[in-house]
Write a protein that binds this ligand. Structure first.
Ligand SMILES: [Zn+2]
Length: 277
């Protein structure tokens, strides 16, 4: 058992390596007053990054990763959005800091029960700020102990969400904020590994990385950040009850292990203590 710290509701499960897995959207907890304000469609939490914990658990053990996760649903507040409320993708439909609609466009809040400015500020304080304080702690510890941090932001999404993107997503959607959240050599290493795999993939396609990698990824400060947006068909059934499919998950874990190992190797080469970056 690794040591676990908490900042508010957010957990940091400490590992012993430069790798930090961020898991912002796997939570399903909502305070009862929020559930009471929600529509039936929202209460089913269809937009959760289901089973991310279970999918990644063997990788956490294998790499001795530190994990930052929140039990709170993204419907309360999305810790992977700009806290100013600005859109991540100005030219297309996306969900906001405190979302008002499901991915499919159904209203989240009952009429007249949408959160107001004061409520949004309260959720920032209770749920958003602790998540980023936990990331800050995990990243800083990795930099101090190992000279660098590899921040891997773990996500998954249904393969078909017509309101958010056209067609069927590739299995692997790696985001590097168009090459700004990690070093070019690390992005290139990931691309080589993906090109040699049997999985469909895109880098910086529809998903270029959300607020987490955009805000924290600073390769010049030895923080290498990538977002992994995985099509859910790769490890589960994409309809209720959202069953986990272990043999599919094993295939993806094997590829993720290669990717993480490749990224760590590049990051070590770039940022090993004593090198100039
Ligand atoms: Zn997500």
């Amino acid at each position: 058992m690794s040591a676990i710290d908490r900042i508010g509701p957010v957990e940091i499960a400490w590992g012993d390596s430069p790798l930090v897995f961020s898991q912002p959207h796997a939570g399903t907890f909502l305070p009862p007053e929020m559930t009471a304000a929600m529509t039936d469609a929202a209460r089913a939490l269809p937009d959760t990054d289901w089973w991310i914990d279970r999918l990644y658990a063997p990788l956490v053990a294998r790499f001795s990763a530190t994990v930052v996760r929140t039990p709170v649903s993204r419907y309360a507040i999305d810790v992977n959005r700009d806290p100013s409320g600005a859109s991540l993708y100005a030219d297309r439909t996306t969900t906001g800091l405190v979302p008002r609609e499901t991915f499919d466009g159904a209203p989240l809040w009952r009429p007249g029960m949408e959160p107001d400015e004061a409520e949004i500020a309260r959720r920032k304080r209770l749920f958003f700020e602790p998540y980023h304080a936990a990331l800050a702690a995990a990243i800083e510890r990795a930099r101090l102990r190992f000279g660098f941090c590899l921040l891997w932001d773990c996500h998954s999404i249904r393969s078909l969400v017509p309101r958010l993107f056209e067609g069927r997503l590739p299995t692997i959607n790696l985001g590097t904020f168009d090459g700004r959240s990690c070093s070019p050599a690390l992005r290139a290493a990931a691309e080589r590994i993906l090109a040699n795999s049997a999985e469909s993939f895109v880098i910086d396609g529809r998903f270029k990385g959300g607020w987490i990698v955009r805000h924290w990824g600073r390769p010049q400060a030895r923080i290498e950040a990538v977002q992994m947006e995985l099509a859910q068909r790769a490890y589960m059934e994409e309809a209720p009850p959202w069953s986990f499919v272990e043999d599919r998950a094993e295939r993806i874990r094997a590829l993720f292990a290669e990717l993480v190992a490749g990224a760590l190797e590049e990051a070590r080469r770039l940022h090993a203590p004593g090198t100039v970056s």
